[in-house]
Design a protein around this ligand. Structure first.
Ligand code: ZN
Length: 143
């Protein structure tokens, strides 16, 4: 078995499961509008592969990724969570080999994560949330 297959098999949840984990972490069962914080939300169902919601207060149409560091990224959620968790432990070269992606793709994502983490860590509540997110992800996807 190649390294790539082994890592994907052992550590990367399938995409539906990865998104489910992410939604749990982000909202803890209480979906709220990222713009106005209203809890009055309408489930819009899946649009393509993305589960979408709309806010009854301000009308915003959003997904679990809206306003997060994971928005507008091309890699699957499971792989992004894996990269995020291993950001400080493994090199970009190692991660790109493990996941079978080009070095540049992983480098760009890791750089975006780092920049966002640094920027947001100036806000203690947000950096706390990110740390909490890492802990929960580790618990959820541990084999
Ligand atoms: Zn709203």
């Amino acid at each position: 078995m190649k390294d790539v297959d082994l890592v994907l098999d052992l550590f990367i949840p399938d995409e539906n499961r990865a998104m489910e984990i992410f939604r749990q972490i982000r909202w803890a069962g209480r979906i709220h509008c990222p713009k106005c914080n209203s809890l009055s939300i309408q489930n819009r169902g899946f649009q393509g592969k993305t589960k979408r919601y709309s806010c009854n207060e301000c009308g915003l149409n959003f997904s679990a990724l809206t306003d997060t560091i994971f928005a507008n990224k091309k890699l699957p959620m499971g792989e992004m969570l894996y990269i995020l968790i291993n950001l400080d432990k493994k090199s970009v070269k190692r991660l790109s080999e493990e996941l079978g992606h080009k070095w540049e793709s992983v480098y760009r994502l890791a750089r975006d994560f780092r920049e966002n983490l640094v920027r947001k860590s100036k806000d203690p509540s947000i950096s706390g949330e990110i740390e909490l997110m890492k802990c929960i992800i580790l618990q959820e996807i541990k084999v």
